[in-house]
Design a binder for this molecule. Structure first.
Ligand SMILES: Cc1cc2nc3c(=O)[nH]c(=O)nc-3n(C[C@H](O)[C@H](O)[C@H](O)COP(=O)(O)O)c2cc1C
Length: 186
């Protein structure tokens, strides 16, 4: 029997790979003014050295900042700051100060100039390792210099009873995980 499918034509194809964990990347300009960009396209790519790749369009203000200052922090938000996260994904730091507009709190990072966001639970401080053009985006690969997480949120894995991470479905739709844990048979 044939499977019944629908064809996905045009730019929505990537939604077939969502929902994806949504992160807030912080970066700075040469005067150390900070910006925040919302990203769904972020993945680990190496354990040793520890590397993370983020895919960012050259049209984003953050793209130029990372190219120039070569550092960024991946901050992981929870549903408590859903609105602020979405604002940072709809407005450009070219025109506004997103920390001021959202009320999110910058705190000094340990090893890099971009600040961490106090209201997030997880922080991965990165220095640029490599950048690769990929179609209409650029893959920025960062080496992780420091990785830390709120004490209550994590014990070998995230405690999903305590924190609600944000997953992007597409457009303005988001979801979170219900804390059912499954362990496959080996
Ligand atoms: C949930 C969500 C996920 C996003 N993911 C990405 C992404 O992975 N890469 C990207 O280039 N833009 C992504 N964007 C769009 C940018 O966040 C948006 O264009 C932002 O305003 C750019 O800010 P900037 O100009 O200050 O850098 C996403 C937006 C949202 C709302």
């Amino acid at each position: 029997m044939e499977k019944s499918t629908i064809d996905i034509v045009g730019p929505s194809f990537f939604r077939l790979l969502h929902p994806k964990l949504t992160v807030l990347l912080t970066c700075v300009d040469e005067a150390e003014r900070a910006n925040i960009i919302t990203l769904a396209w972020a993945i680990p790519t190496s354990i040793n050295p520890p590397l993370i790749a983020v895919s960012i369009s050259p049209s984003r203000h953050s793209h130029g900042l990372i190219e120039k200052t070569k550092e960024f922090v991946i901050n992981i938000p929870t549903t408590e700051i859903l609105n602020e996260m979405f604002f940072c994904g709809r407005k450009s730091g070219k025109d506004i100060d997103k920390f001021r507009e959202t009320g999110l709190t910058p705190l000094p990072a340990r090893k890099v100039k971009p600040p961490i966001i106090k209201e997030c639970v997880t922080f991965l401080e990165c220095k640029l390792f490599n950048q690769v053009p990929t179609g209409d985006h650029t893959l920025f690969i960062g080496e992780v210099l420091a990785a830390y997480v709120d004490k209550d949120a994590f014990n070998k894995t995230y405690d999903l009873e305590k924190i609600k991470l944000i997953y992007h479905m597409g457009g303005n739709q988001f979801t979170t995980l219900n804390p059912e844990i499954m362990t496959p048979e080996t």
